[in-house]
Design a protein around this ligand. Structure first.
Ligand code: KG4
Ligand code: ZN
Length: 346
């Protein structure tokens, strides 16, 4: 029925909503690859005071912002609800109270305008942000590095996600944020470490967690402890430390392991493209190293999204939703926020 019309609709417009953490965002996307609007209202300045995201505060701010952000996205895109093919929303993972705000807003619009509802996995969104940059070619490998995830995802085709490696403890972004806190840098610490790292030299031999031979898993908690110990020891001895050198040494340790495992997996799985995704994909050191090493050691194409599409935004959710729309994987009004949603089940 309607589904068939939408699949063949050359101008398939999706309104997408993202509220899984501390950004309230709405976007209008055409054909899964063209951004008509992408409005992001960030809560960072408020959570900063508490040194991290406070879930109750996040939910409250999403409630305040959601209607305004959606209206702004529709206005900037110059579209009416009647023009839309579907409403998409991040179903999970994320903070449950935050997810629910987006899910309920999406359900209300879907019900009021008789539109199909599409639930999207947040990480699928980060990966499909790359579709807004360039057409994807399969099989591909996505390196997902965010505040909550560090994963190598093999995709043999659109909508098929196989996690071939993941973190066994902290996510890369989490490690950045924790190390930043020990250096007394504001939340979120990733961008501050990144900036400092470029002012310092990687002189401190922090560990690299390679794990067992052949494993594509990651571990960052040992590295995080090593940085904390280094700081405490220096303090006890009354020695001055160079925050820039600590940042540079920490970043080198993270980037070396991530880049090397990504290149090894890209070769073993014989992929056509490698995609970078997630908030830590904004890291200048990681972007530069991946670009350099990929060009030396592989003939694969590397796609890196612009900074605005690396951190949380609804455009990426709309891009991922388009594939689900094409494949007829629609949700219904029973859709709920699911903090533990599994990427491989999508
Ligand atoms: O993907 P994202 O916006 O939210 C999650 O889905 O988790 O990622 C946020 C994470 C934070 O940990 C932040 O510190 C990190 O991305 N991040 C960075 C940089 N920019 C953001 N980490 C390292 N270098 C950066 N330039
Ligand atoms: Zn994210």
């Amino acid at each position: 029925m309607g589904e068939f019309k939408m699949i063949n609709n050359e101008k398939s417009l999706i309104l997408a909503i993202e509220t899984s953490c501390d950004e309230t965002s709405a976007a209008v996307i055409r054909n899964g690859n063209e951004i008509l609007s992408n409005v992001v209202s960030t809560q960072i300045d408020i959570h900063k005071r508490f040194g991290g995201v406070v879930p109750e505060v996040a939910s409250r701010l999403h409630v305040e912002q959601i209607t305004l952000v959606i209206e702004e996205a529709m206005t900037q895109a110059h579209v009416d609800y009647e023009d839309l093919a579907a409403i998409a929303v991040t179903e999970g993972p994320g903070l449950v109270g935050a997810l629910l705000i987006g899910v309920n807003a999406a359900k209300a619009i879907a019900f009021a305008h008789g539109l199909p509802l599409i639930g999207v996995h947040h990480i699928a969104g980060h990966i499909y942000a790359n579709q807004l940059v360039q057409a994807l070619q399969f099989p591909l490998l996505a390196l997902v590095v965010s505040g909550g995830h560090t994963e190598l995802v093999y995709m043999k085709d659109d909508g098929h996600f196989e996690v071939i490696g993941e973190t066994r403890d902290d996510a890369a972004g989490e490690a950045y944020d924790k190390v930043a806190r020990t250096l007394k840098l504001p939340y979120p610490g990733g961008p501050h470490i990144d900036r400092l790292a470029h002012e310092g030299t990687a002189t401190i031999p922090f560990p690299r967690a390679w794990l067992e031979e052949g494993s594509y898993d990651f571990s960052f908690s040992g590295l995080k402890s090593a940085v904390i110990n280094y700081m405490h020891n220096a303090e006890q001895r009354g020695e001055d430390i160079s925050p820039a050198d600590v940042a540079a040494s920490f970043q080198e340790s993270v980037v070396e392991v991530i880049v090397s495992k990504t290149i090894k997996a890209a070769k073993e799985y014989e992929v056509k493209q490698v995609l970078l995704a997630g908030g830590v994909a904004a890291n200048k050191g990681l972007r530069a190293s991946l670009q350099k090493e990929m060009s030396i050691f592989t003939d694969k194409e590397l796609i890196i999204p612009p900074l605005s599409l690396c951190t949380d935004n609804a455009a990426m959710i709309g891009a991922a939703a388009f594939i689900r729309l094409k494949q007829g994987k629609l949700g219904n009004l029973a859709l709920n926020g699911n903090p533990g949603l599994d990427l491989e089940d999508m």
